[in-house]
Design a protein around this ligand. Structure first.
Ligand code: ZN
Length: 134
């Protein structure tokens, strides 16, 4: 049974709420069903409200934003750690290499979910294909 949020007027699609729901891995329409069917694969339809999610075209956007965030967090932190403690090169490579990978794996699905939520809320790429009431 669809939640009350899923039965909203089809014109009402709050962007911030949809992006937050997507970032939490939930359907941007109802906030209940899972957005992803695997790590980064978006489900074709919401299992809860049956909202079509296959219209999403996040493409490389989430990856670019993840790289931007991780590198802008990592580079100053790397410099600060080096100045403060002067660790060995191997310590720096292992800690910042693993830290970058872990942070990227944590951020990427959240950013992709937010992208899908934004596209859904803004009716991009077929999300708004249904005729709007006039
Ligand atoms: Zn849903």
């Amino acid at each position: 049974m669809p939640s009350p949020a899923a039965t909203l007027d089809s014109n009402e699609r709050p962007t911030g709420q949809a992006m937050l729901r997507g970032a939490l891995g939930r359907c941007p329409a109802c906030g209940e069903g899972k957005l992803f069917r695997s790590f980064l694969k978006v489900a074709d339809h919401c299992p809860h409200c049956n909202e079509a999610l296959h219209h999403q075209r996040a493409d490389d956007g989430p990856a670019y934003l993840t790289i931007l965030l991780v590198s802008h967090l990592g580079a100053p932190l790397l410099l600060a750690c080096y100045i403060a403690w002067r660790p060995s090169a191997m310590t720096m490579i292992w800690t910042f290499g693993l830290g970058s990978i872990i942070l990227s794996m944590l951020l990427l699905p959240r950013i992709k979910g937010a992208f899908v939520g934004l596209q859904w809320a803004r009716r991009m790429h077929g999300f708004g294909a249904e005729p709007l009431p006039s």
